[in-house]
Design a protein around this ligand. Structure first.
Ligand SMILES: Cc1ncc(COP(=O)(O)O)c(C=O)c1O
Length: 387
């Protein structure tokens, strides 16, 4: 291993939302944080160097994205995901959530219906509802410890007002890496009903072998899709918002650009450009090692639970660094479970109910931290149960 993921780094005093911003969500700030999706690992040294070098120049005037920025994305998509992307398909974004909001505003009108597949990343609900669109739930099926899409339910839910489906691929929080057949079936249904598939692929670099990510950009329905990708999740750059949205169809792209221009979001962030290019140019080896480490962390969670808290089960993570744990075997109400985890164990997890239908009895655990820290969190949970 060239990189040291065991290094424990104190994040206090850095305005870390994960470590110092728990008050809003949990009512206290002294929990052991295993919640919000950023990692307790340092960004790859090549990215830190690139940012330092740019900072050393000392002038941070208006900027633009150079050709090499787009080249790095195109190359990354080809080498990591076997997807051919054309430069003109790439549209700049800040973070994925804000860019997804622009997509909602571009392709739907107030009162239109947008489908989501809960339990799912909860800001999707906010984006739809806060903009006067209607949430339509197409809940995932959970059978024999595995989640699948429910296409019969999807067909029943589609109406004349359905305009968009927000796909989470890989899926946060349940950890599924959708198979190409699943994506194709979903896409064909949507295409037949004129529904745009907005595919949030921010977790696509976190996929554990033998699973393989299928981007909507490599499907037969790519002309009615847009895919959101970002180095900020992969390389732990959430505080330097950086994402792009890839839109193969020109008419769809033009519509997106009109909305985004209306918000005057032209100004680029120098550090985000530099970090993105360095990440996609030099980050592959670091990411490969990280994936091995994260897989080891998931193995630890699985075996620890089996041995010490057999009533709690980790849903098999095919991707992401977010463990989705089924606590229903403890026989507690959601309130009692929350109380056990937050008040008694003193750890911060994301409550399953945040993720909508199907979240009751579950908790999401972020495992992207040095292994000793992870073990400390797991022990806190075990001790609270023993007590
Ligand atoms: C599925 C998904 N989309 C988007 C985001 C956030 O993206 P951004 O910080 O770029 O807005 C997250 C963060 O956890 C996520 O899990």
């Amino acid at each position: 291993m060239r990189y040291n993921f065991d290094e424990e780094i104190d994040r206090h005093g850095t305005n870390s939302r994960k470590w110092e911003g728990m008050q809003e969500m949990f009512g206290r700030n002294d929990l052991f944080p295993m919640w919000i999706a950023d990692m307790d690992f340092k960004t790859p040294p090549e990215i830190i160097e690139a940012i330092k070098k740019r900072a050393d120049h000392g002038i941070f005037g208006y900027t633009f994205r150079p050709e090499s920025f787009y080249d790095s994305i195109i190359k990354w998509m080809k080498t990591r995901h076997n997807v051919d992307v054309k430069k003109e398909w790439i549209v700049d974004g800040a973070g994925v959530v804000s860019t997804l909001t622009i997509a909602v505003l571009s392709y739907t009108n107030p009162g239109d219906e947008i489908i989501v597949q809960p339990p799912v990343y909860y800001p999707f609900f906010r984006i739809i509802q806060n903009n006067g669109r209607v949430i339509v739930n197409n809940p995932l099926r959970f059978e024999n410890g595995r989640y699948t899409m429910n296409f019969e339910d999807l067909l029943r839910k589609i109406t004349k007002r359905t305009r968009m489906l927000i796909l989470c691929s890989p899926h946060n929080p349940v950890g599924r890496v959708w198979k190409s057949e699943e994506i194709e079936t979903l896409g064909k249904i949507c295409q037949r009903h004129d529904i745009i598939v907005a595919s949030d692929e921010i977790h696509s670099d976190f996929v554990y072998s033998p699973n393989v990510h299928t981007s909507v950009l490599s499907t037969s329905f790519k002309e009615s899709t847009l895919a959101f990708i970002a180095p900020n999740k992969t390389f732990n750059l959430a505080g330097i918002p950086s994402s792009v949205v890839i839109i193969p169809d020109k008419r769809m792209r033009d519509r997106f650009l009109i909305t985004s221009e209306n918000f005057e979001l032209e100004t680029s962030n120098i550090f985000s450009i530099v970090a993105t290019e360095a990440a996609y140019t030099y980050g592959a080896e670091w990411l490969d090692e990280l994936l091995t480490y994260l897989k080891g962390n998931f193995d630890l969670v699985r075996s620890f639970l089996k041995e010490n808290i057999p009533q709690a089960k980790l849903v098999n993570p095919e991707g992401t660094y977010l463990g989705w744990i089924d606590f229903r075997g403890l026989g507690l109400s959601d309130g009692e479970l929350y109380n056990l985890i937050t008040e008694k164990a003193g750890i911060a997890l994301d409550d399953g109910n945040l993720f909508g239908i199907g979240g009751s009895g579950f908790q999401r655990m972020n495992v992207a931290m040095p292994r000793n820290m992870l073990l400390k969190g797991l022990k806190k949970l075990e001790e609270s149960l023993r007590r």
